[in-house]
Write a protein that binds this ligand. Sequence first.
Ligand code: GLC
Length: 473
Amino acid sequence: MKVLYAVSEATPFIATGGLADVGGSLPPALRKRRTACRAVLPLYKGIGQDFREKMQFVTDFVVPLAWRRQYCGVFRLNHEGAVYYFLDNEYYFKRDGLYGHYDDAERFAFFSRAVMELIKHIDFKPDIIHCNDWQTAMIPVYNTILYSKLPGYENIKTVFTIHNIQYQGVYDKSLMGEVLDLDEDYFSLLEYGGAVNLMKGGIECADMVSTVSPTYANEILDPWYSHGLDPILRERAYKLRGILNGIDFKAYDPGNDSDIFFPYSAKDKSGKAKNKAALQEHLGLELKADLPLIGITTRLVTHKGLDLVVEAFENILASSQAQFAILGSGDYAFEEFFHAMAEKYPGRVSFTAGFIPHLARKIYAGVDLFLMPSKSEPCGLSQMVSLRYGTLPIVRETGGLKDSVTDSGDGKGNGFTFKSYNFADMTDAVNRALTAFYDKAAWGKLVDRALKDDNSWANSAGEYLEMYRGILS
Ligand code: GLC
């Protein structure tokens, strides 16, 4: 079976969020399971010279996009056993930042069309094209409307994975002929609420639609979570499924992570305490081993549950001796709040504004608890990374958080959870976690359990294979 994995970002090349972790680790995980999987992404300006130097030029061709004829260069690079193709067009991708440009619809329509054209020019004829989020949602649409009857394309099937339903790619109807190169007759495939909705088109045309956790697959059938798309998804529920992401156990390994202060593992976890002390010192927190240290690393946006954190924050500080290590950037109001807290509680609260992966790793390794009270969370990777580093997550029971963390109250779980989205329930979960922290024997067992949790890609990659086989049979 041959799979072409189309994605708009992938670690270690270029990343703005969790999508990149999946883009960089699922194709190699499929390769390890003897599936010929190659990935393709845009050659952005932000992709470093170190990678560019290793890329090989493969070919170039012209991509039609309505009246436009756009150049597309193809480069390739091996990453962890998988081939990654990079599609080059400087007009579209030699810019700062990945998304948020006035012509994003055109940029990613170009990319999607170029992926379809690419198949004519490489020695790799996929059985499945696996697309991800709105940026590649036009691939199933193009496959259905323009390519499926062309020689060489007859048997190609498509999978469309929703990593976050909030971002759908919604544009004016004029996009149809002007950019997408599609006759008005096809408007009904893409139309939603009178506009062009790329994600909706992907859902309609893909042979299978998946999302990144079983719980989220259910949640998005409900208007509270669906950002308007629930009627379409309920209609297409027969081809919807949820597969929980894994994390790259090699890339996130406390026994071998040059970004953390001291290595440790399930066998010898003594290094964890040393990381805590080093982190406290690094962040200017009081050097106290016996006080619980809670970490938060996140985008500072409401759907990550930050409004609950803000509401509960000073109560938690007043009623406990907990310390906080916070890292993130996003909404100005949240940044201001955490700056103010760090100033008001020196030695107890540290806040660093920014997206700083190496500091995030020091936090995962150095804190005792990781707070992630998301309002919605398609999968979430931070809770899995926390577990991998022996840090107990406190999460709301939603999406992938629910599927990867269970409350330890039953003596079996690997964290602390709460159900309803309100600050009292979150505070209660935090308090239970803080109480557990002081019970040294029980806490040691919890940390052991976290360190042994297996959220590697092995299982999830197997589920993707099963889905691909189902489509092809
Ligand atoms: C998006 C989701 C996140 C998920 C990631 C990878 O960023 O918001 O929950 O883990 O995609 O699938």
